[in-house]
Design a protein around this ligand. Structure first.
Ligand code: TYD
Length: 232
C-alpha cells in the first residue's frame, strides 16, 4: 500500500501515562497544518469498540481474547487506519499490535507464533485495499504487513505504574491484574523493542510529566516530522 501518511502507535503498561502526550502530539501536528486521525485499540470503529467492551469486561480464554483483539484490529485497519494513511493523515494510535505481543503473549503466556500468524493475516496490506463491507474477495497471498512507522514506548517500572493506578477509576480486566502480570508485560515490550529497534522510541516515563513531553516531542523533531519549538 503506497501512501503519504504517518502511522504512529503508543505503548506501555497500564499507568504509564501516554494519553496526555498523545493529545499533545495531535495538537502539535494540527498546529503545523497536518490532518490528524486520533484513534485507539482495541477500538476505533463501532464494531471494534463493541469488541473492546467484551475484551475488557468479560472473562474468556486466551485464544478467544486474541481472536477478538485481532478481529477489532482488522475492522479498524480497513475502515479507519488504511483510509487515513491513503489521505495522507498522521494516524496517532493509542496501542497497536505490540500490545498484543506484550499483554496476550508475554502477560498471558499465549503462543507468540500464533500471534505472529494472526498479525500477518490481519495486517496484510493487500487485503486492506479491499472493501470493508467484505464484498471483494481478499487475495490469499500476503505481500507485506502494515505496521507503524514509529512506536513510542512509555517505559515505566511496574511498581511505579501500580502506585499510579491505585488512585485510578474502577479497574478493568487488565488493570486489575497482579504486579507479576505487569512485570511480564513490561518484559514483553522490552523484547519487542529488541526485535524492532529501528521502529521503537523508548521514553523514560518515570520522569516528571513535562520532561516526558519534551522527550516525546524531541523524537518527532529528530525525525523531521515536527518543527523544533521556538526558543523562549
Ligand atoms: P488502555 O489503552 O490502557 O486504555 P485506557 O486508558 O482507557 O485504560 O486500555 C486498553 C487495555 O487493553 C489495556 O489494559 C491493554 C489491553 N490490550 C491488550 O491486552 N491487548 C491489545 O492488543 C491491546 C491493543 C490492548
Amino acid at each position: 500500500m503506497t501512501h503519504h501518511g504517518l502511522f504512529i502507535s503508543f505503548e506501555g503498561i497500564d499507568g504509564a501515562g501516554k494519553s496526555t502526550h498523545i493529545a499533545g502530539l495531535a495538537e502539535a501536528f494540527r498546529a503545523e497544518g497536518r490532518s490528524v486521525t486520533l484513534t485507539r485499540e482495541p477500538g476505533g470503529t463501532a464494531l471494534a469498540e463493541q469488541l473492546r467492551g467484551l475484551v475488557l469486561e468479560q472473562a474468556m480464554d486466551p485464544l478467544t481474547e486474541a481472536l477478538l483483539i485481532f478481529a477489532a484490529r482488522r475492522d479498524h485497519l480497513l475502515r479507519v487506519i488504511a483510509p487515513a494513511l491513503l489521505r495522507g493523515d498522521v494516524v496517532l494510535c493509542d496501542r497497536f499490535t505490540d500490545a498484543t505481543f506484550a499483554y496476550q503473549g508475554a502477560g498471558r503466556g499465549f503462543d507468540v507464533q500464533v500471534l505472529a500468524t494472526l498479525e500477518r493475516w490481519v495486517q496484510s496490506d493487500e487485503g486492506l485495499l479491499g472493501d470493508p463491507a467484505g464484498n471483494q474477495p481478499m487475495k490469499p497471498e500476503v505481500d507485506s504487513v502494515i505496521e507503524p512507522h514509529l512506536t513510542v514506548w512509555f517505559d515505566l517500572p511496574p511498581e511505579t505504574a501500580a502506585l499510579r493506578l491505585a488512585d485510578a477509576r474502577l479497574p478493568d480486566r487488565f488493570e486489575s491484574q497482579p504486579l507479576a502480570f505487569f512485570s511480564r508485560v513490561a518484559e514483553g515490550y522490552a523484547q519487542r523493542q529488541r526485535g524492532h529497534p529501528e521502529r521503537f522510541a523508548r521514553i523514560d516515563a518515570a520522569q516528571p510529566r513535562e520532561r516526558v513531553w519534551q522527550a516525546v516531542r524531541q523524537v518527532f523533531v529528530e525525525k523531521g516530522w515536527l518543527q523544533a519549538a521556538p526558543l523562549p
